[in-house]
Ligand binder design. Structure first.
Ligand SMILES: [Zn+2]
Length: 286
């Protein structure tokens, strides 16, 4: 859960499975037409909860599954592009929160794909995020078995595609930012799929369940600033202006998803948010 939801909404969580009850989640999960971002990289997610399809001659890779309710949309979007879920050989996850991992169990069932996830988040995927350090048992989702564990720098290869895992912890203990390269009109681009840098209502100082949380965010911003980025994508469309770029796609010569400045601005903005929350909490801490 990357964006702060108000307390009244949090108390609605038992109703969580009745999606329409939570307006902001409904807004995040509106169906959108799938489209090609570049070369063999496609957008197959919802209005804000992202999911990406990367195709190869040896089968396809799908990154993230949205909410439990997003899985059928993703399946329809993959088919609408002329691909098949049964050709998805590898499922990847950014992090084990219900709005990105909730649909993975179903997508794994229909594709038979191998699920690859970080050592830090694999336990949460396999419990459906029970006993979350921030949410306890309030944001659970259908548990899903992890088939392969990756660590920082691990590579996942399929056909001619190589995805590299960068463990960028803080938002979750195993939050994973993935990178790869694609070509578009003959030019090669570095792609970054940012996990998340938000700390929605998190205890950043004196957190007994996650004592090193602040250091992990510091480390994460350092890692993310060091990644070469041409095409900036992320686990939420609002992080990289999915809606605006999708509208401009095809109307300008340049591909609007090529946005290294947007990437740096996102890091500047969210690092500022993190630092001001940490400073405020440290001031209040006994
Ligand atoms: Zn999240």
């Amino acid at each position: 859960m990357c964006l702060r939801l108000s307390l009244p909404v949090l108390t609605l969580f038992p109703l969580f499975f009745a999606l329409p009850a939570v307006p902001s989640l409904r807004n995040w999960n509106q169906p959108v037409k799938p489209f090609r971002i570049a070369d063999n990289l496609y957008y197959v997610g919802a209005s804000d909860l992202t999911s990406f399809l990367i195709t190869t001659p040896k089968g396809d890779i799908l990154l993230d599954g949205g909410l439990r309710e997003t899985a059928p949309q993703i399946e329809r979007n993959v088919a609408a592009l002329g691909f098949r879920m049964t050709n998805v050989k590898i499922l990847l996850n950014s992090h084990a929160h219900m709005d990105h991992a909730g649909g993975l169990a179903e997508l794994k069932r229909i594709s038979g794909a191998q699920l690859v996830a970080s050592r830090g988040d694999a336990p949460s995927l396999e419990t459906g995020d029970r006993d979350d350090f921030a949410w306890g048992n309030r944001l659970t989702f259908p548990p899903v078995k992890v088939d392969r564990i990756v660590d920082d720098g691990s590579q996942v290869t399929l056909g001619n595609v190589k995805m590299t895992a960068h463990v960028t912890p803080g938002h979750t203990k195993g939050c994973t930012t993935w990178t790869t390269t694609v070509t578009d009109h003959g030019q090669m681009y570095n792609v970054v799929f940012v996990c998340s840098t938000s700390a929605p209502g998190y205890k950043l100082a004196g957190n007994r369940k996650y004592p090193q949380i602040a250091q992990d965010y510091e480390h994460t911003f350092k890692i993310l600033r060091g990644l070469p980025c041409d095409i900036f994508l992320a686990s939420h469309g609002s992080f990289f202006d999915l809606t605006g770029k999708r509208k401009r796609l095809g109307s300008t010569m340049a591909n609007p998803f090529v946005d290294p400045d947007g990437y740096r601005a996102f890091l500047d903005r969210t690092e500022r948010d993190f630092r001001s929350s940490l400073a405020a909490q440290s001031r209040r801490a006994p």
